[in-house]
Ligand binder design. Structure first.
Ligand SMILES: [Zn+2]
Length: 235
């Protein structure tokens, strides 16, 4: 680790790593002098959580402007978690949360205190949703402040996780069909198939993607598949 890297880690709380193969060659426009900014380092939050923020540090060739640009999946995680929390709160509100609290206030001091605690938790979650939405917005704004000049691997970076995320579904359907048709639903083969089904996620890093990108893609196809099945009233 260089001196500069140590300094960055101290001021931003992020850890620097060399750029991935697909991230190399990215160029953005400097918002100060209009010069070309080069992708220099991968910079991720030094947290162990899988939803930690990840991005790329860009530096201007002509002035000393630098910018940290969040990766697309970091922005997606931020916005999606905000949406999920908001949906959860709306679900609770429309499914008798207010009635429940009203009822518990009539049932004595203990229940009233508990429901106050519940309200506090809901309020905290609402704040969390708001924070994540604002964070996602700010990260998108940074993307716009430093527009892309060149991104040679953008298509590959987009389609690689998307296809790796579809693979487990295809493998699962294929293995399930084969097992059902030829092996009378053998349990051992079923376990073996599970391992094969998960393999695209395990190999994602080797192929230039990341586990969480592929995981998000699996989730994307799940939602799409479920929506499709629902639209064609399969269930
Ligand atoms: Zn500049």
């Amino acid at each position: 680790m260089t001196k500069q890297q140590v300094a960055t880690e101290k001021t931003t709380g992020r850890i620097q790593k060399p750029l991935g193969e697909l991230d190399q060659g990215q160029k953005r426009q400097c918002c100060h002098c209009g010069g070309v900014m080069q992708a220099e380092m991968q910079e991720a939050e030094s947290e162990p959580y899988p939803w930690r923020e990840r991005g790329i540090r860009f530096s201007c060739d002509s002035c000393d402007e630098t910018a940290w640009i969040a990766s697309s999946e970091t922005i997606m995680i931020s916005l999606a978690s905000s949406l999920l929390i908001a949906l959860g709160i709306i679900y609770m509100l429309t499914n008798g949360l207010v009635d429940f609290i009203g009822f518990s206030f009539e049932s004595g001091i203990g229940a009233a205190l508990l429901s106050l605690l519940l309200l506090l938790i809901v309020a905290l979650f609402a704040l969390g949703a708001l924070y994540n939405a604002r964070r996602g917005g700010a990260l998108i704004l940074a993307h716009r402040t430093y527009p892309v000049i060149d991104d040679p691997n953008s298509a590959k970076r987009f389609f690689l996780p998307l296809s790796l995320g579809l693979l487990p579904w295809l493998l699962a359907i294929g293995a399930g069909y084969l097992n059902y048709t030829f092996f009378d639903d053998s349990e051992i083969l079923g376990v073996l198939a599970m391992v094969i089904v998960c393999s695209p996620i395990a190999f994602s890093k080797k192929l230039g993607s990341s586990v969480r990108e592929v995981f998000l893609a699996v989730f994307f196809w799940t939602v799409l598949g479920a929506a499709g099945a629902w639209a064609f009233s399969a269930f």
